[in-house]
Design a protein around this ligand. Structure first.
Ligand SMILES: [Zn+2]
Ligand SMILES: [Zn+2]
Length: 86
C-alpha cells in the first residue's frame, strides 16, 4: 500500500533495493532524472532519507553519506537528491 506521505512532487532518483530495473536503463545510468525509475521521498532525518518504491512499495531508509549526522531533522539539505517538479 502506498504510504500516506507519498507525494509525487517529492521524488528521489535512487535505486530500490528490491527492484533491479534501473540497472538496465540508459537514462538512469547516465544519472538523469528518469521518468520511469524514481522513488517517493517520504521524509528525512539528519543525513538519512526515507523512501518508498512506487513499483514494489518497499520502504527503506537511505543514508545519503553526507551531513555527518549532525543536522537537526527538518532542515537537512537534500536538494541534491530530489527535484521539485513544477
Ligand atoms: Zn522497488
Ligand atoms: Zn530509468
Amino acid at each position: 500500500m502506498r504510504d500516506a506521505a507519498a507525494d509525487i512532487a517529492r521524488r528521489a532518483w535512487l535505486d530500490c533495493p528490491r527492484c533491479a530495473g534501473a540497472a538496465d536503463c540508459a537514462t538512469c545510468r547516465a544519472g538523469r532524472t528518469c521518468d520511469t525509475h524514481w522513488r517517493y521521498m517520504l521524509g528525512s532525518a539528519g543525513r538519512n532519507i526515507f523512501l518508498q518504491c512506487p513499483e514494489c512499495l518497499h520502504r527503506w531508509w537511505h543514508d545519503t553519506g553526507f551531513g555527518v549526522g549532525d543536522r537537526p531533522p527538518g532542515i537537512g539539505d537534500v536538494s541534491g537528491f530530489w527535484t521539485d517538479v513544477a
